[in-house]
Write a protein that binds this ligand. Structure first.
Ligand SMILES: Cc1ncc(COP(=O)(O)O)c(C=O)c1O
Length: 469
């Protein structure tokens, strides 16, 4: 064993202790960490060292070069994209997932059995989200891969309906995909799956200032397909305005027509945790596949999302993902192993942070996180609504506030306003374009965000708005 590897392994206790101290130092001051940095601060890239230096010296270099410019993206005022935080229990689970370093695959046999933990976590998640247990679920890296997984099984389903095996023979003909306001990652998945990102039938939205699907137009388009099977991509929370397709009505269409129903509920699915907002997902249990992101509102570290695919489609799922030229892996239907049910083969025990966090905080803990974020979004929305400087671009339906400068003649100033706001390092939001307006999105999905944060943010916004124009 080479010198540094040997000395590191002898000092693992010391190494983990200094990392723990650094980690707690970071977490304890997270709220004060700048929420943005100038990317130009990254200096030149270093070369591969010939003989290494040991972990402590590597840490010293990391601390000199990178640590000071790490942004507080898991902190309370990072409202950009849809960025969750990390609960203490999820950090514990994540650290242990690294320490135990399992390759999470099967639940039987003599090898590793960590998939049992994953299956238990899936069961708990279904319960948390009010979904029945007739879904087969698994962890992937993010909602993008979850959409990919659901749509991949959908593709195989369409093929079977047409008497074809797309997984084996490749796609022939055109697969019909209907959707109103899909997330870009679903479009990307259609491209990856060979179904074509441009090959979608856009359904109208449900009316003015809505992103949900118009049911009347949907049914008209379905009728025009003359019984041809198709995929419907539904939204369980759109990114700009968090609009939800009407799942209770779509489930009725499913009784009349033949289609695969995929719901992207990456963050909106957590509405199920709130007594006041669970109605938004009513009926989603009848979908064929569902996407839920855990690194968003479950507040576990990146990379963590789940797919749920109805168990009755196990065969289609295996046909899509099996390692078909590896007989040593056994019969995937007989001997369940994740590598035959999802895109990745080798995979870490991604479920462990989610398992720890759900065990540690339970149903009530998550209800409190979700309802707190909803309350803060509503309060922030009201501040905007009552302000002279800003206006809402859409009603606050759940946890995201989409707004712009009140004065439409200042539309060309919105980007500059946002840049100045983000430059303060006290808050981070992301730009958008919605309803013919340049806008700004603030998404609340962090367990640490409090009322004092939105007050501080709103104060900053007003000061900066006064200098714009
Ligand atoms: C509705 C929706 N779907 C999919 C995604 C993609 O998620 P990820 O970045 O985890 O792949 C997002 C990300 O914000 C989203 O909001």
């Amino acid at each position: 064993m080479k010198e540094y590897l040997k000395s590191d392994s002898e000092q693992i206790d010391h190494i983990l202790n200094i990392i723990k101290e650094q980690g707690t130092g970071y977490l304890n001051t997270l709220a004060d960490r700048p929420t943005s940095v100038n990317n130009d601060l990254i200096s030149e890239q270093m070369d591969l060292p010939e003989s290494g230096m040991g972990t402590e010296s590597a840490l010293k270099i990391f601390n000199e070069r990178f640590e000071p410019i790490m942004v507080g993206s898991s902190g309370p005022r990072y409202l950009g994209f849809v960025t969750g935080g990390t609960t203490p229990a999820s950090i514990a689970g994540d650290w242990l997932a690294t320490v135990y370093d399992q390759n999470t695959q099967s639940v039987k046999g003599q090898g590793d059995i960590s998939a049992g933990i994953e299956l238990e976590t899936i069961k708990m998640l279904l319960d948390l989200l009010g979904l029945p247990e007739n879904f087969l679920g698994g962890f992937v890296t993010g909602a993008t891969m979850s959409n990919f997984t659901g749509l991949a099984v959908a593709r195989q389903w369409i093929g079977k309906e047409l008497g074809k095996d797309f997984a084996k023979d490749g796609i022939s003909g055109t697969v019909k995909v209907l959707t109103a306001t899909p997330h870009s990652s679903s479009i990307k998945s259609l491209s990856l799956l060979g179904m074509g990102s441009g090959n979608i039938v856009r359904i109208k939205t449900a009316g003015d200032n809505r992103e949900a699907i118009c049911l009347k137009d949907l049914e008209n388009q379905i009728v025009q397909l003359n019984d041809e099977p198709f995929i419907l991509i539904s939204s369980g929370g759109t990114v700009n305005t968090v609009d939800f397709d009407d799942f209770s009505e779509i489930r009725k269409l499913k009784e009349k027509y033949k289609f695969w129903w995929h719901i992207d509920a990456a963050f909106g699915g957590f509405a199920a945790c709130s007594d006041t907002h669970k109605h938004l997902v009513e009926g989603w249990e009848d979908a064929d596949s569902i996407t839920v992101d855990c690194h968003k509102w479950l507040n576990v570290p990146y990379e963590s999302a789940v797919f749920f695919v109805k168990e009755e489609y196990r065969i289609l799922q295996v046909e899509t993902f099996q390692n078909s030229n590896a007989p040593y892996l056994g019969d995937p239907l007989d001997n369940f192993g994740y590598l035959n049910f999802l895109p990745e083969n080798s995979r870490r025990l991604k479920a462990l942070p989610a398992w720890f966090s759900m065990m540690a905080y339970g149903r009530d803990g998550y209800k409190a996180i979700v309802e707190n974020n909803i309350k803060l979004s509503e309060q922030f929305g009201e501040m905007i609504e009552n302000s002279d400087a800003f206006k809402l671009l859409a009603p606050v339906r759940l946890n995201t506030v989409c707004f712009t400068l009140k004065d439409d003649t200042k539309q060309d100033q919105v980007s500059r306003f946002l840049e100045s706001l983000n430059e303060t390092g006290k808050v981070f939001m992301t730009p958008t374009f919605y309803n013919s307006h340049t806008g700004i999105r603030a998404a609340f999905v962090n367990w640490q965000t409090q009322e004092k944060d939105i007050e501080l943010i709103f104060d900053l916004m007003n000061k900066i708005a006064a200098t714009v124009g």
